[in-house]
Design a protein around this ligand. Structure first.
Ligand SMILES: C[S@@+](CC[C@H](N)C(=O)[O-])C[C@H]1O[C@@H](n2cnc3c(N)ncnc32)[C@H](O)[C@@H]1O
Length: 239
C-alpha cells in the first residue's frame, strides 16, 4: 500500500493473500480443454494483479452484493468462498464472461448468486433484483472501459443501489504515474483492443458525494506494473 487516507483505516487486517485467492480461483474455475481455457486462466492469475485480498476486508460477512461489470464472476465467487456474501447479482456486457460465471456455479443446492448479461448503459432498473438496494455495490476495473458519456451515469446509478448504511466499493486502474497508466493502457489495447478512458478519482468522489455517499476509505495499491485506486463510500444509516 503506497498511501492511505488519514480519514479511515480498513476494518480489519487482510485474512487472505493473493496466493490464497489464486488457489481458490483454480478451484472455482477448474482447468478445461476448450476455448474457455483462456478465460479460466485469466481468473487464475487475476488475484495477483487485482488486490481482491484488500477489497475482501471491506465486505461485511453475510452481505447482499451487486457487482457491476462482474466479468467471469470471480469477485462474487471469492466473496462466497470466504463467507461474505448472502446473496449476489452480477452483470456484464460480455455474454462469454456471463456464461463462464454461470458455469462456475456449483452443481447441487444453488448458491444464491445470479449473473445477468447486460450493459451498464442499458436502462436501470430492469428486473426487480436491479431495483433493490444492496449492502455492497462494487465496480471493479470497469469504469475505464465505459464510454465517457456513460461514466457519470454509471457511478450515480451504482450509488442509488447502495442501501442505508451500505457501501460502494470502487476500484479502478490508476492513470498515474504515467508509466503505470500506460502499461495498463497497452495491456487493454493488446487484450481487448480498446482505447480506455480513465476517470480522475476526484471526479468519482465528487459524483458519489452528489449521490449522497460519504468517502470512508481511499488507498493506492501497486501490483506488478499496474496501479490501483481504491475508493470506498458509505450511505448514511438514515440515507
Ligand atoms: C477488467 S474486466 C473486470 C471484470 C471483473 N469486475 C473483475 O474484476 O474481475 C472489465 C469488465 O467490464 C465489462 N464491461 C466493459 N464495459 C461494460 C459496459 N458498458 N457494461 C457492462 N460491463 C462492461 C467487461 O465486459 C469486462 O468483463
Amino acid at each position: 500500500v503506497a498511501s492511505r487516507s488519514p480519514t479511515t483505516s480498513p476494518p480489519h487486517p487482510a485474512a487472505h493473500t493473493p496466493a490464497d485467492l489464486a488457489r481458490l480461483a483454480r478451484l472455482i474455475y477448474p482447468k478445461v480443454g476448450s476455448a474457455a481455457a483462456v478465460m479460466n486462466g485469466r481468473q487464475h492469475y487475476r488475484p495477483y494483479i487485482c488486490p481482491f485480498d484488500v477489497l475482501l476486508d471491506h465486505v461485511p460477512a453475510g452481505s447482499t452484493v451487486l457487482d457491476i461489470g462482474c466479468g467471469g464472476g470471480l469477485w462474487l465467487r471469492l466473496l462466497e468462498a470466504t463467507g461474505r456474501v448472502r446473496a449476489g447479482v452480477g452483470f456484464d456486457a460480455s455474454a462469454e464472461s456471463i456464461e463462464l460465471a454461470r458455469r462456475s456455479l456449483p452443481a447441487g443446492p444453488p448458491a444464491d448468486l445470479r449473473f445477468e448479461h447486460r450493459r451498464v448503459e442499458q436502462p436501470w432498473p430492469g428486473p426487480p433484483e436491479f431495483a433493490e438496494r444492496f449492502d455492497v455495490v462494487s465496480i471493479i476495473d470497469v469504469m475505464h472501459h465505459v464510454p465517457p458519456a456513460a461514466q457519470r451515469g454509471l457511478l450515480t446509478m451504482a450509488a442509488g443501489r447502495v442501501a442505508a448504511g451500505g457501501r460502494l466499493i470502487y476500484k479502478d486502474m490508476a492513470a498515474r504515474p504515467w508509466w503505470r497508466g500506460w502499461a495498463n493502457r497497452l495491456h487493454d489495447l493488446a487484450m481487448v483492443r480498446e482505447w480506455i478512458n480513465y476517470v480522475d478519482p476526484a471526479a468519482i468522489e465528487h459524483w458519489a458525494s452528489e449521490a449522497g455517499l460519504k468517502l470512508i476509505h481511499r488507498s493506492r495499491h501497486d501490483r506488478l506494473w499496474y496501479g490501483h485506486d481504491l475508493l470506498i463510500f458509505q450511505r448514511p444509516a438514515n440515507g
